[in-house]
Design a protein around this ligand. Structure first.
Ligand code: DX5
Ligand code: ZN
Length: 220
């Protein structure tokens, strides 16, 4: 099964952003995860277009942009211009999710949908065929460095069954509290894409941590 590591730059040192991205460039991570927060959908404000554009100029890796903002439809074209490859919206922020997915595809990007811990899988059941990636939030969004919510495993397993039963290639991503301690169990539950912020950027050897996240095996 596909395994992808997407380091979240939320916990990177923004004063040394080019060094932090250079570190990701030298690593086995395939994507770069950019968390955009508006201070309304979540109780935090992170960064917007200038930072996403700056990251785009510093790497050839796919930009995996996670929007934690209200009314994301207003900014789809701007994120395409800024260089996003995967654009993930929060299901809770979309009144017309099907239309939003169409707009993301029309703008030339892949479409992801994130579900907060309390949001049931049934909220995406009718549009699953139109989604390239489902992001199961394993913390309440807004901050790096939070504790992984263990009930997420059952949700991931049920989503894996739903995707496989329909013969889809939709990726499953997890975000929040991911580390080398739970990577293997997450893969076994059916996850494809691990987002990790503090586990990578607070590590003494981020490249090695990325390698461990990618190659995690039972018993490690
Ligand atoms: C949380 C963000 C995450 C965050 C993860 O709202 O969406 O991407 O950076 O941070 P860690 O890996 O430290 O939990
Ligand atoms: Zn995120």
């Amino acid at each position: 099964m596909t395994r992808i590591i997407s380091p979240s730059i939320l916990t990177a040192d923004f004063g040394r952003l080019s060094d932090e991205i250079a570190l990701v460039n030298r690593s086995e991570a395939q994507w770069v995860h950019c968390d955009v927060m508006d201070g309304v959908f979540v109780p935090n404000i992170s960064f917007g277009f200038p930072v996403v554009q700056a990251v785009r100029a510093l790497t050839d890796k796919k930009l995996d942009v996670h929007l934690m903002i209200v009314d994301p439809d207003r900014y789809i074209a701007r994120f395409a211009e800024a260089g996003a490859g995967m654009l993930t919206v929060q299901a809770e922020a979309c009144v017309h999710l099907h239309r939003t997915l169409q707009s993301i595809h029309e703008a030339g990007m892949q479409a992801g949908v994130a579900l907060n811990p309390h949001t049931p899988l049934s909220s995406i059941e009718e549009v699953l065929d139109d989604i390239d990636m489902v992001l199961i939030m394993t913390v309440n969004p807004g901050f790096g460095g939070q504790q992984f919510i263990p009930q997420s495993y059952s949700k991931i397993r049920r989503l894996r069954q739903m995707i496989d039963a329909r013969g889809l290639s939709t990726l499953i991503q997890v975000d929040g509290g991911v580390s080398t301690a739970n990577a293997d169990e997450l893969y076994r539950a059916g996850v494809n894409v691990l987002v990790a912020g503090s586990a990578i950027f607070s590590s003494a050897d981020p490249q090695q941590t990325i390698h461990q996240l990618l190659t995690a095996q039972a018993g490690e």
